[in-house]
Each structure stands twice: as C-alpha cells, then as structure tokens.
Design a protein around this ligand. Structure first.
Ligand code: FAD
Length: 323
C-alpha cells in the first residue's frame, strides 16, 4: 500500500548531510508509489533543493524562516510539527543525529505517534514497514512493525545507501510559512564557536582510524591522522585515550561517545572493551592493530595485525599512498 513519507533534511553550514540522502533512499523504499517529501529549514534552504530532488524527493517543502538558521529545539519543534500537519505523512524519517534525536521524539510525543530510534535498516514485508534497530549495545537487532498510525524513525548514518543521483529528476517545490509562538521560543543562538581543523565528520566518515591508550601521547595520534588523511577518513578514539588527554572527547567512540558505522574502522592500540565495541562493532570492515594477541578487539575484527602500531600504521600509510 502506498505511503506518504516525509524526510527532515539535516543541513549544516549550507551542506546537506549524507544521512539526509540516506533517509530519502529509505523513504523511497517504503513509499511504494506514494509521495516522498523533503522538508528543509532556514533562509538558505533553497540551496539544497536540487540535490534532494536528484536523490529521490518528489516534493520539497521549504520553511525559509531565519529563526531556523541555527538549530534550537523550540523553533524546530514548532516548525517540524506544522510541516507534519501540512504534509500528513504516514512515515517520517530524520537522521539519528543531534537534531533528529532531539526533535523527533518531542514532536512524536506531542502528536501521539510511534517512534523507532537509531534504525539501521527498513524494509517492506507483506505490506508492513519493518524497522531494524540494534539493542543491547549492538549485540543484537530487533525488528519493529506498527499496525497503525504515523511513525517516526531516526536513521543511523552510513547504513542505508543513498540512491544514485538522477539529474533528470526535479521536485515540486513549496514554500510554507509557519507561525511561531514567540513566548515558546526560549533559546537564541548568539554565536557558534567551532573547533579548529574539524576535517571529515566522524559520524559520517567512510573510514575511521581510531586510537586508544596504546598511542601513548597526543603526538602518538599523528601517524593515525596521516593514515586517515591518505584514506580520506577521520580520526576517532577510545575513552581511554580521551581520559588520558591524548585527544578531545569529541573523538570518543563508544557507548558514551559516538556510534559509528564506517565502511572501514582501523582500531590502533585499543583493547576492545565492551563500551568501545558498542560504538563501532557494526562497522562494515574492522581492522585491529594491537601488540597483545589476546586483546578483545580481535574478537570483532575482520583482519587482525598483532604488532606495534608505531611500526604498522606508517607502513600502511606508505602502502596506501601507492594506490
Ligand atoms: P586500554 O584498555 O588500556 O587498551 C590499550 C591497548 O593498547 C591494549 O590492548 C594494549 O595491548 C594496546 N597497546 C599498547 N601499546 C601498543 C602499541 N605500541 N601497539 C599496539 N597496541 C598497543 N570506552 C570507550 O572507548 N568508549 C566509550 O564510550 C566508553 N564508555 C564507557 C562508559 C562506562 C560507563 C564505563 C564504565 C566505561 C566506558 N568506557 C568507554 C571505557 C572502557 O571500559 C575502557 O576503559 C576503554 O575503552 C579502554 O580504552 P583503551 O582500549 O584505549 O585502553
């Protein structure tokens, strides 16, 4: 049965995040001939219309209000709710990003809808939409289907491939004016202070080279950064490395850090504690470099290298430079 599906596009600094394109692919899977609508917020929303239509959006709803230029819970909540009431979708996708994780449950609760968070897959089975999500810190997966009503789903990045761009597609574009209850806009973003050298976004990186306490110092991360640069990837870390002040907590991967699903995860000097595995064990290919052959990280690795990371990592970098 055809479904109306809405995707909230996640735009940062005028750039569409990959997970929005992945959400469109998920939306196309479940729409079954129904309309796929993308909603984009902020005064520069028009800039991403083409990309959205090339990747599966049949319609794009623009809310061009300046109040939505920076994410705030209150403004997004009000705008998203009004877009949903306007589009009347059966299924709503957002990325499982800081924005999607914050706004989706709020609107779902207010509208009395169901929500499946952190989905890694979605399929239609016997005309039911079935969402897959990890449980027990990624040790198992559960499949969920809803008998009735509108459903929200937040999608974990890097799990559902985006559709190939089809430049012949063009979406119907609609500008929607939303009404804000000013007394409920309780926060204003005055300034955004970014960290220097942000490079590839960890949560969307296709390749992650991650360091643990085994890197021994902040300088010990340099060879990892070189390997990541050669592979076009990002550097991550275990909490052990963050606690030891070798790197910033923004790099932490795991249960209390970021959850990542890159195509390739290279763990260097990381023992493989359960809390670390919770953040990376669903990576497509895992390579572990550790001098202890008994290290638990080898239990989840597709390829294991027993050796000193300070010898192995530069060798890998040199080899990849030749490719
Ligand atoms: P270690 O366990 O000390 O391992 C270092 C490894 O490096 C060892 O295996 C060693 O053999 C190897 N090594 C040393 N030198 C070299 C070398 N030269 N070459 C190659 N290998 C070498 N941890 C996370 O990572 N993420 C989380 O989100 C997280 N959340 C937590 C939440 C809670 C509530 C708790 C209690 C813990 C959490 N932890 C988390 C911490 C976790 O339990 C581990 O303590 C941490 O992951 C260990 O980090 P590590 O593997 O870098 O260090």
């Amino acid at each position: 049965m055809s479904k109306n599906v809405l995707v909230l596009a996640d735009v940062r600094d005028g750039e569409l995040r990959n997970v929005s394109l992945e959400s469109l692919a998920a939306a196309t899977r479940v729409a079954d001939g129904g309309a796929v609508t993308a909603a984009v917020f902020g005064s520069k929303a028009k800039d991403v219309v083409e990309e959205l239509s090339h990747h599966g959006a049949d319609k794009v709803v623009l809310v061009l209000d300046e109040k939505l230029d920076q994410y705030t819970t209150d403004a997004y909540f009000q705008a998203f709710k009004q877009v949903i009431e306007h589009v009347e979708p059966d299924v709503i996708f957002t990325g499982h990003t800081a924005i999607g994780r914050d706004v989706s449950p709020r609107v779902a609760a207010r509208l009395g809808c169901g929500l499946v968070s952190d989905c890694t897959d979605v399929e239609v089975d016997d005309s039911q939409i079935v969402f897959t999500r990890p449980i027990y810190a990624g040790k198992a997966f559960v499949k969920k289907a809803f008998r009735e009503g509108t459903v929200f789903a937040t999608l974990r990045p890097n799990n559902i491939p985006a559709l190939e761009a089809d430049t012949s597609r063009s979406a119907v574009v609609e500008e929607l004016e939303v009404q804000f209850a000013e007394d409920l806009l309780r926060t204003v973003v005055k300034d955004v202070v970014r960290k220097a050298s942000e490079g590839v976004d960890l949560s969307e990186a296709r390749v992650i080279v991650s360091g643990g306490r085994g890197v021994k110092s902040a300088d010990g991360f340099k060879p990892l950064q070189e390997l990541a640069d050669v592979l076009g990837g990002a550097v991550g870390a275990s909490r052990g490395a963050c606690d030891a002040e070798y790197c910033d907590y923004a790099l932490q991967i795991g249960q209390t850090g970021k959850v990542v699903t890159p195509d390739l995860y290279i763990a260097c000097g990381i023992s493989g504690a359960i809390q670390h595995l919770a953040g990376m064990s669903n990576s497509k290919v895992i390579v572990a470099i550790n001098k202890d052959p008994e290290a638990n990280i080898f239990s989840v690795a597709d390829y294991g290298i027993v050796g000193d990371l300070f010898e192995v990592v530069p060798m890998l970098t040199e080899e990849f430079k030749k490719v």
